[in-house]
Design a protein around this ligand. Sequence first.
Ligand SMILES: N[C@@H](CCC(=O)N[C@@H](CS)C(=O)NCC(=O)O)C(=O)O
Length: 201
Amino acid sequence: MLRLYDSRYSGNCWKVRILLSQLELPFERVTLDLAKGEAAEPAFRQKSRFARVPALELQDGRTLVESGAILLYLAEGTRFIPEDPFLRAEMLGWMFFEQADIQKPIAVPRVYHLRGMAAAMTDDIARCHKEGNAVLEKLEQWIAPRTWLVGEGYTLADLAASCYVSLAPQGGYDMARYPAIRAWLGRVAAQPGWVPLLPGE
Ligand SMILES: N[C@@H](CCC(=O)N[C@@H](CS)C(=O)NCC(=O)O)C(=O)O
């Protein structure tokens, strides 16, 4: 059986759990406590060369790291990856953009809030919000006249890009500014097999 090493609050791990659910693939979940430094422990570093989750251990014992790589591996040959080479490349473009530009300015203030450090980090949070709002504005403009990020259907682009964006309010972002993003997030969450970050949310 597939074994997913993850953490409860990680948006990157959440992406993988959503796809596993949507593909109806059974998996064993091993949840690490990152605050206790469990990702840096030697036994886990044998599995994850970057000492980070998610890491997906395959049936044959090999392990894949990086959420985008894991998504691509799992979704190969399914409706979540467009067959058309241009659309496939556009999908990858959104996945790269998410990792390079969307994730950090949203994840950093969220971690400060979740760990009760927000009051001490107001300057850093303001810097992240400036950067993050500029990126969210680009996303808002792109998605406003569209249903999905790429082509005519839900793809890995929507899955990968939506997770941290939907967590932005936990980092103090005002999403009232982004009606088209909010509508798109609603469409993503309504996809069959979609699961929330935490049970019962
Ligand atoms: N680009 C990586 C990022 C992975 C990452 O940053 N994981 C974080 C949790 S979201 C982690 O494991 N951090 C290790 C730690 O906090 O010790 C991916 O998408 O998989």
